[in-house]
Design a protein around this ligand. Structure first.
Ligand SMILES: [Fe+2]
Length: 566
């Protein structure tokens, strides 16, 4: 019997996901609806949106799966003002107070504690109360361990009934990672990595010390590292801070001391050098861990989840490890994917479902054509109906224009995959600076990504053998002779993070075909439809507001082309 299972996560990048049988009916993060990036509050809006999308009532839900029940999370559920304060300070919206440093140190210590019966009961009390406000009164509320949620997303969505699953992040339920084997869908944990020895917290500290926002700007550290003069490994002191022993990790210092020691080292190095050393350390240590796990288990299909695996250069290194047959990263690898992981785990417990088709991740909201037309009409801008928006958009892009592209259901996860995207020519020398500095207001060194027809991948990339990467989760190296024509979408080291577009998104694919007819390459620069600091646009009104704010010339809302008056 199929049941509606609702998954929720109410911490960093809160969200909800609704499953029915082996289908993801709807999955959405609260940030897209509250319009605050990486929202931390209880996902009232996301839950409501999931139910509305599936046209079901609260009483239709058979069970609610909730991620994480450690004491730190439980206290935040009882006192949500504390997490709101941390959120505002972390995002530089509020000045740190006198006690901020002390509170932060306490938080690090507290998060090292694992969940227990008491914390689960107290969490249950808080969650039940919040669900009741939405009319959800099911007695079946199940708490799922943080890393089990991450592991479940990797295991059940990777397409391999048997594989090696590795999860790594900062910390959750007292752990910073896990190593699991999956055989015919049955997940067995073979190692739990202590939260006291966290690779995620190591990189979080580095991010913080470089005056960037932890839990948000780790990708910038990775991008900055590309601009460093490489430091030989024997001169990299960060490598000595972490020791991988078999499938366990030992940091030389605890989380708090690690921060102080990193701070002591930082003054000797320019920022980009420090970023390079940290990135290099992360890559080497994780590669060691994964190689050891493969050797131990004899399993060569690897599936990954947890915030660390948003680092595409780590993932690229793992994909190239000797012996790796396949390397899958769950598309919403960070905590934003926990709600879906919790739901999938409870669906396994209740209904024995161990695999989900992963054709695409367009699991968010969509809007009917009438609503798009109404928004276009009331926008105050010039607009027209296009029978063939993909062809028209390709024509505008080929002329050198930047096009805002809003189509169908919103993407789940951090990447825009052609439904909420900003598109431009990939080969333009100036496009990176125009987009970064004028339109998106990001730092200059952050690269943009290409979306390409999957049949173009071999021609353009050196290492595109194996399964096409549909979800922009991996780094690839661009062929030397193609670097000039992809100048706007590659890092200074020649790497890129491509989306290889197949049949999952026919309209976007036809745009790429039309672009290939005009430019010779079925490739477009694809960046998320938002400005820096804001989440991806969700509704047509969000799209219109961003369009007005940036002053860009062209916006497609479905079949409607809206133009600024000039
Ligand atoms: Fe996590």
């Amino acid at each position: 019997m199929n049941e509606y299972i609702l998954g929720i996560w109410d911490g960093h990048d809160a969200g909800a996901a609704l499953l029915y049988g082996n289908q993801v009916l709807c999955a959405i993060n609260e940030e897209r609806l509250s319009r605050r990036k990486l929202e931390v509050q209880f996902p009232y809006r996301a839950i409501t949106a999931c139910l509305a999308y599936a046209r079901i009532a609260p009483e239709d839900i058979s069970a609610v799966a909730v991620s994480t029940y450690d004491p730190a999370k439980t206290l935040a559920r009882l006192f949500p003002a504390t997490k709101e304060e941390y959120y505002l300070i972390r995002r530089r919206k509020k000045r740190p107070g006198l006690l901020t440093a002390l509170k932060k140190r306490l938080k690090y210590k507290l998060t090292e504690l694992r969940g227990n019966t008491l914390s689960m009961r107290v969490s249950l009390f808080a969650i039940r109360h919040q669900l009741r406000q939405l009319g959800i009164t099911t007695p079946e509320i199940v708490f799922v361990d943080h890393h089990r949620c991450h592991a479940t997303t990797a295991a059940f969505f990777c397409g391999h009934p048997s594989c090696l699953v590795i999860t790594l992040d900062g910390i959750g339920d007292g752990l910073s990672g896990s190593v699991c084997t999956v055989r015919d869908g049955v997940i067995s944990i073979i190692a739990e990595l202590s939260g006291k020895h966290s690779l995620g917290i190591f990189f979080e500290h580095v991010t913080n010390l470089l005056n960037m926002r932890e839990l948000e700007d780790e990708g910038k550290v990775m991008a900055l590292a590309n601009y460093a003069y490489p430091v030989p490994d024997h001169e990299n002191p960060l490598l000595d801070l972490i020791n991988v022993d078999g499938i366990t990790i030992h940091n030389r210092y605890g989380s708090l001391r690690l921060y102080d020691e990193l701070k002591k080292l930082l003054w000797r190095y320019p920022s980009e050098q420090f970023a390079y050393m940290a990135q290099r350390t992360l890559e080497i240590k994780i590669a060691e861990l994964v190689a050891n796990a493969m050797r131990l288990t004899n399993v060569t299909d690897v599936a990954l989840a947890g915030g660390i695996f948003s680092n595409i250069k780590v993932n690229m290194r793992l994909r190239h490890l000797p012996g790796v047959k396949s390397c899958f990263v769950f598309p919403h690898m960070g905590d934003g994917g926990l709600a879906l992981g919790a739901a999938a785990w409870v669906n396994y417990l209740r209904n024995a479902i161990v695999a989900y088709p992963l054709h695409d991740v367009f699991w968010g909201l969509d809007y009917p054509p009438e609503e798009l037309e109404q928004v276009a009409r009331s926008s105050g801008f010039r607009f027209q109906y296009c029978d063939t928006p993909a062809q028209k958009a390709a024509e505008l892009i080929a002329q050198g224009n930047i096009v805002f592209w809003f189509q169908g259901r919103m993407e789940y996860g951090p990447r825009a995959l052609g439904n909420r995207s900003i598109l431009a020519l990939p080969g333009s020398r100036t496009i990176k600076d125009t987009l970064n500095l004028q339109l998106k207001m990001r730092v200059w060194y952050q690269p943009f990504c290409p979306s390409m027809l999957d049949e173009e991948a071999v021609r353009l990339l050196q290492d595109a053998d194996g399964e096409p990467n549909r979800f922009m989760t991996m780094g690839y190296m661009v062929r030397e002779k193609q670097r000039e024509c992809l100048e706007g979408v590659i890092g200074i080291d020649g790497s890129c993070r491509p989306q290889m577009v197949g049949t999952e998104t026919p309209l976007f694919r036809s745009l790429l075909y039309a672009l290939r007819d005009r430019t010779g390459f079925g490739v477009v620069l694809n960046t998320s439809f938002n400005i820096h600091g804001e989440p991806l646009v969700c509704s047509p009104s969000d799209a219109l507001r961003t369009f007005s704010m940036t002053g860009n010339q062209y916006l497609f809302l479905g079949n409607y082309l809206i133009q600024q008056k000039t």
